[in-house]
Design a protein around this ligand. Structure first.
Ligand SMILES: N[C@@H](CCC(=O)N[C@@H](CS)C(=O)NCC(=O)O)C(=O)O
Length: 220
């Protein structure tokens, strides 16, 4: 049997979670190598000049693939004939699915940036910067809820089958929930809450719930 792919991941990473769920739904075997990308001994910079994970490594030493949205594209295109499509299947539908992935990743970025700023000493923090990032998170949540409401009773935002759009939304909202940024969001967005709750009960989502790691080095 050929050696499996390796995904450099981190236990709390909403970005890597998207890729782990896509691989699992497609039934593609892969190994997870957990890293703490913020620590000096991480191998992450060896494979991505941006020093970020997730990163997909190949057993034959082909150049790695990085950036979570790009890895999602790699998975759906490379394994188009394996398991569920994870895309609507028509050009416009596919582009919309990728747009929703981009929105999900942007929401995760804003969440991470606000989180790091809040970790600084109070006197070093920029409240305006925090507010700016949180505004993006709130805007994304409103947009996610709009997509769910527009689905009008369909089980997934872009149709009857799960797609990378659903994976993106559930991972972004899961990340917000994980850090506790918006307690009570479920009451504000009941449609989004019901939808995420339903996705979170699927095995692939249960198996990848975020787990915090312990950063021992000073980051900012
Ligand atoms: N745009 C990137 C963002 C990934 C990202 O920020 N990953 C975090 C871990 S969850 C990371 O590796 N951060 C290290 C750093 O920013 O130096 C993606 O979508 O893959």
């Amino acid at each position: 049997m050929s050696k499996p792919l390796t995904l450099i991941s981190a236990t709390p990473s909403a970005y890597a979670r998207m890729n782990r769920i896509a691989f699992s739904l497609k039934g593609i075997p892969f190994k997870v190598q957990n890293e703490i990308p913020w620590e000096s001994k991480t191998i992450t910079p060896q494979y991505n000049p941006l020093e970020k994970l997730p990163i997909l490594l190949f057993p034959d030493n082909r150049p790695p693939v990085y950036e979570s949205a790009h890895i999602q594209n790699y998975i759906v295109e490379k394994y188009a004939s394996v398991g569920p499509l994870l895309l609507p299947g028509d050009l416009d539908g596919n582009l919309l699915a990728k747009q929703i992935v981009a929105l999900s990743v942007g929401c995760m970025d804003a969440l991470v940036l606000s989180g790091w700023e809040m970790r600084r000493k109070k006197e070093q923090q920029s409240q305006k910067w925090i507010e700016r990032q949180i505004r993006k998170v709130d805007g994304s949540m409103r947009a996610f809820n709009d997509y769910v409401e527009a689905a009008n009773g369909r089980p997934y935002v872009l149709g009857k089958e799960i797609s990378i759009a659903d994976i993106g939304i559930a991972c972004a909202v899961g990340g917000i929930d994980f850090v506790g940024l918006r307690p009570g969001w479920q009451r504000q967005y009941p449609a989004l809450s019901e939808y995420c709750g339903r996705l979170d009960r699927l095995k692939e989502f249960q198996d990848t719930k975020p787990i915090m790691f312990n950063i021992t080095e000073q980051v900012v």
